[in-house]
Design a protein around this ligand. Structure first.
Ligand code: SF4
Length: 405
């Protein structure tokens, strides 16, 4: 298989690893293969968006993950890059401004150690021979030994071990060969200790496969919360399960993108809004209501806290109001040093989505009639059947509309 064929196969195979909302870019100059199928975009800790060359070192794998297109029993074309090939290819793309950084994942070819050696060698060539100082995200293979993890952490900007499922029992439903506690959680803890020693500027992340193991959203978010508070993860990503032909889960229903979206909304509430797991409301089956965003659901379940007076509420109280985010809450607190808010337009100028916020706030002692609509909505919510899968929609039309996304 030549380099272009390998790129096509191993770039496309990397799409199951999530590093952010991704999208393909076109590209390709004459004489050079395009990285088209392997380019995604990711956000750095400083908020900058960069394009990453996302690729597998190899799609050969000795593991049996039931959802995975690369699992050992599946009869598909297999390919591997040598570290020299992959580092050289990346550098060409980088020099041509196709990409700014590397996201390198891999199947587990012979053993976790052998695979980690290939990944580390690729990163070493980039760092030491080509003097590449930019962003490198390396996937840590579950079960990798401490010495390999330390080498990878010293070379990378960010590393990740995919957790896939919220508990050991759930992971058993996805793979008979992966070890949840020692192979994954203990590796995350080692990485955290190295990170606390001053390595890994962009931290560590992980990824859940959502909806393949019969797990609830509550179970996923409980583990997510534990990963943030107990192991210091920087980000948790969610990937809605999509069945792949020729795998044991091929007949299963896919997870909806809306479910993935609701999990991301809760993740934002944890990381940026100061919400705790106990602030999130679930249906009786442990899943998030699909037709209400979690923050609006929180507000509706805690109507006794509203309406909040925007001229007095603290920063953390403002963050509890639907339609007010960290930036607008900061602007409100800062603007109050200069003047008192009197109108919705003044609130709008801080970036608040007033259509969502107005039912939950008072402005200088006044609040809008629409607050009553929220109370009606609360009554209405009791009669909603959440068992069906529905798309996000507008709950109230007209000037008092409360959108659910
Ligand atoms: S370890 Fe599992 S998820 Fe990763 S490539 Fe192999 S079969 Fe797929």
């Amino acid at each position: 298989m030549n380099l272009v064929q390998k790129l096509s196969l191993l770039g496309a195979a990397a799409k199951y690893d999530v590093c952010a909302a991704s999208g393909c870019s076109s590209g390709g100059l004459s004489g050079m293969p395009s990285p088209r199928s392997g380019v995604c975009h990711s956000f750095l800790p400083d908020g900058r968006c960069i394009s990453l060359f996302k690729v597998l070192q190899t799609n050969s794998c000795q593991k049996d993950c039931f959802y995975c297109p690369n699992r050992v029993q599946r009869d598909i074309p297999r390919a591997s890059f040598t570290p020299e090939e992959l580092a050289g290819l990346f550098l060409e793309f980088y020099r041509r401004n196709y990409v700014e950084g590397l996201f390198l994942s891999s199947g587990i070819c012979k053993s976790p150690g052998d695979t980690m050696e290939q990944i580390i060698k690729t990163a070493e060539i980039l760092r030491y021979r080509y003097r590449f100082n930019g962003y490198i995200h390396l996937k840590i293979i579950p079960g990798a030994k401490p010495e390999y993890i330390e080498q990878a952490v010293r070379l990378a900007s960010r590393v990740s071990v995919n957790i896939e499922a919220p508990t050991a029992a759930h992971l058993q439903k996805l793979s008979k060969l992966k070890d949840f506690n020692d192979g994954i959680i203990n590796r995350m803890k080692w990485i955290n200790r190295l990170q606390n020693g001053g390595l890994l500027p962009a931290g560590q992340t992980t990824q859940f496969m959502v909806g393949a193991a019969g797990e609830s959203d509550a179970a996923i978010l409980k583990t997510t919360s534990g990963l943030y508070h107990g192991i210091g993860l920087k980000r948790v990503y969610f990937s809605a399960f999509q069945p792949v032909a020729g795998t044991p889960l091929e007949a299963m229903s896919p997870a909806t993108v809306l479910r993935e979206h609701r999990l991301y909304q809760c993740d934002f509430l944890f990381r940026l809004y100061g919400f705790k797991l106990t602030d999130i409301s679930f249906n009786q089956d442990g899943n998030l209501p699909e037709d209400l965003d979690p923050k609006l659901n929180y507000a509706l379940n805690n109507l006794q806290l509203f309406p909040l007076e925007v001229n007095k509420a603290s920063y953390s109280e403002l963050l509890r109001v639907p339609g007010i985010g960290p930036a607008s809450a900061r602007r409100i607190v800062s603007a109050r040093k200069q003047f008192k808010f009197n109108t919705l337009d003044e609130l709008k100028n801080t970036g608040v989505v007033v259509k969502r916020a107005s039912p939950f706030v008072q402005i200088n002692g006044r609040y809008r009639e629409s607050y009553k609509l929220v109370q009606q909505l609360e009554l209405w919510r009791d009669s909603v059947d959440y068992s069906s899968q529905r798309q996000p929609r507008v709950i109230f039309q007209g000037s008092h509309a409360l959108t659910s996304v």
